[in-house]
Design a protein around this ligand. Structure first.
Ligand code: HEM
Ligand SMILES: Cc1cc2nc3c(=O)[nH]c(=O)nc-3n(C[C@H](O)[C@H](O)[C@H](O)COP(=O)(O)O)c2cc1C
Length: 510
């Protein structure tokens, strides 16, 4: 491990001199950083950083980020030193933003009890009402026209069920295994960044809820909680997987992998669908309106929403866009953890993952946040399973396939299992239920998935997960994107339409 340089002590007087966009220092959690280059690339927007130039912005920073995020993701050169705390005066400190829903006079108080939640969409609606605009825009947005975002759930509705009768279904067993680890239901919590936008306990709360529900959590690289906080939240023996964005500086990635492996994380899910973060327009528009009110006119046209311009260069500082198949060997040499590729979207890549020695793949389009018009994971699943079965040496025990994206009903889980998946991942249902009711909400949401899957399995004549097979589903229309179907009220009533700039001037929530 590289030796850490001794940090010099910096006074607030010195920090205050670097208070401009082109010379931008900030105090964050006791350290002084030079974010002059990084702010242009910051996926959360440049202005949130430049508006705090020369100040101590620890409070707003800690609402979303762990203290060590700069050290984990950026070059060591950005660290200037440690702040002399005795020099910080109240006027140097940026306050954490209030939940701006307080300002919304039209906002009705929400008097719903968690027991009233009957399905995954119920939580989404409550989360929308309870979260602030920034958090909601960040979680709910998809890329470009959000076609894939909506398609993810719609695709499940093009799969119909083919039940068997007169099977003894007095007892239904939902339990199964993921990578050999027990789970109470073939469902895991997938990695979602910035968990504190949902709840002050962020990923820790998800970890505790996962344990209470007997399921596995995948912790994200871009978490709000620090790695220590997330790992400390585990109960004795609790299984946790880790999601990885590969840094251009492999030493950083290596340190991270070695750390989580030593701490008993059991699998590494490398995200391969995000060499550049998608353009999420709801999120971008929200930042634009918010920042447009408080900054100089000259700033309004450039760099405000940095997902837009120069972002490939920007993001490549912590997500390496040059990552390629040959690089996998480096991971196999440096860790004994099973490696799973998250974000595979066609049969050819599934076969390559098997041939390269991965332990599995997640068929995922990142919850519709990356390539718009990418197919849903569930649509890709049949072509992937057909190709894998032709590969010499393939077996379901040694190479597992998971699906995520749009899973909102127990029957969705059933359909994925029937088509060959070992388990499914959920992203938004976990953070929405957390935002709506805290950890209790997450437990209730998982309980609902269990109730729904149990009912589906009973009515389908499949007493255990092992009984579920391809004969139970009809996929004739799955790849047809023009099949007619009944209106999906819950999806359409909770879906927040993406808006044009002019419409955005109206007073509604987004
Ligand atoms: C110190 C260096 C920083 C790094 C490396 C960093 C990194 C990131 C990353 C990677 C994301 C996006 C996650 C995603 O889209 O998946 C993000 C979003 C965000 N960051 Fe930072 N950040 C830094 C500093 C700050 C500071 C100083 C603040 C506040 C004062 C801040 C506030 C936010 C917010 C509010 C979001 C976004 C939520 C949204 O999109 O609405 N960050 N940051
Ligand atoms: C707010 C949000 C943040 C996410 N952050 C990450 C991330 O940091 N890394 C990653 O690999 N996937 C990330 N994902 C994708 C999820 O892991 C998962 O693939 C997706 O959410 C599944 O779709 P669903 O939300 O419809 O369940 C994120 C998804 C959301 C909604």
């Amino acid at each position: 491990m590289a030796a850490r340089k001794e940090l010099r002590t910096v006074s607030m007087e010195e920090v205050q001199k670097h208070n401009a966009e082109d010379d931008c220092w900030l105090v964050l959690c006791g350290k002084v950083y030079d974010l002059t280059d990084f702010h242009k690339a910051h996926p959360g927007g440049s202005k949130i950083i430049t508006s705090a130039a020369g100040m101590d912005a620890s409070a707003p920073f800690q609402q979303v980020h762990p203290a060590d995020i700069a050290e984990r993701l950026l070059s060591p050169d950005v660290v200037i030193g440690k702040i002399d705390k005795s020099t910080i005066k109240p006027e140097h400190v940026v306050a954490a933003p209030k939940n701006d829903d307080d300002e919304d006079e039209n906002q009705e108080p929400i008097e719903l009890d968690v027991s009233q939640m009957l399905n995954a969409f119920d939580f989404e609606q409550v989360a929308k009402l309870k979260m602030n605009k920034e958090g909601w825009a960040y979680y709910s947005s998809g890329s470009d026209d959000e076609i894939t975002l909506r398609e993810n759930h719609n695709a499940f509705q093009r799969i119909w069920l083919r039940p068997r009768v007169l099977v003894d279904v007095a007892k239904i067993d939902l339990s199964s295994q993921i990578l050999g680890f027990d789970t109470s239901i073939p469902l895991y919590i997938s990695a979602t960044a910035l968990g504190r936008l949902a709840h002050p306990d962020g990923e820790q709360a998800l970890c505790r809820a996962a344990h209470a529900s007997g399921i596995i959590q995948m912790i994200p690289t871009l978490s709000s909680c620090s790695v220590d906080e997330m790992l400390d939240a585990r109960a004795d023996g609790q299984i946790v997987f880790s999601q990885l964005y590969v840094n251009q500086n492999r030493q950083r990635t290596l340190e991270y992998i070695q750390r989580i492996e030593a701490e008993g994380v059991r699998a590494l899910f490398i995200t391969v669908d995000a060499p550049q973060l998608g353009r999420r327009e709801k999120d971008m528009r929200n930042k634009f309106s918010k920042q447009g009110t408080s900054i100089q006119k000259a700033d309004e046209t450039e760099g405000k929403v940095n997902r837009d311009q120069g972002v490939t260069r920007a993001i490549s500082s912590f997500i390496d866009p040059s990552l390629k198949w040959e690089d996998l060997q480096w991971f196999f040499e440096n860790t004994k953890l099973p490696i799973i590729l998250k974000g595979v979207q066609c049969a050819e890549d599934a076969v390559l993952a098997l041939r390269y020695g991965c332990a599995g793949i997640v068929l995922s389009n990142h919850g519709g946040r990356q390539l718009d018009l990418a197919r849903s994971g569930i649509e890709v699943l049949p072509e992937v399973m057909a190709a894998l079965r032709k590969e010499p040496g393939y077996s379901k025990q040694h190479f597992e396939v998971y699906v995520d994206g749009g899973i909102r009903r127990g029957a969705d889980i059933f359909k994925a299992l029937a088509l060959g998946a070992t388990a499914v991942g959920i992203g938004r249902p976990s953070i929405y239920s957390l935002a709506a009711f805290g950890p209790e909400g997450v437990e209730r949401m998982i309980e609902i998935f269990k109730d729904e899957l149990e009912m589906c399995m009973r009515l389908m004549g499949t007493p255990s997960v092992a009984h579920i097979c391809e004969e139970h589903v009809i996929t004739r229309n799955l790849a047809d994107h023009f099949a007619t179907q009944p209106r999906d009220n819950l999806l359409l009533d909770t879906y927040e339409p993406i808006r044009t700039a002019a419409a955005d001037k109206t007073k509604s929530k987004l």
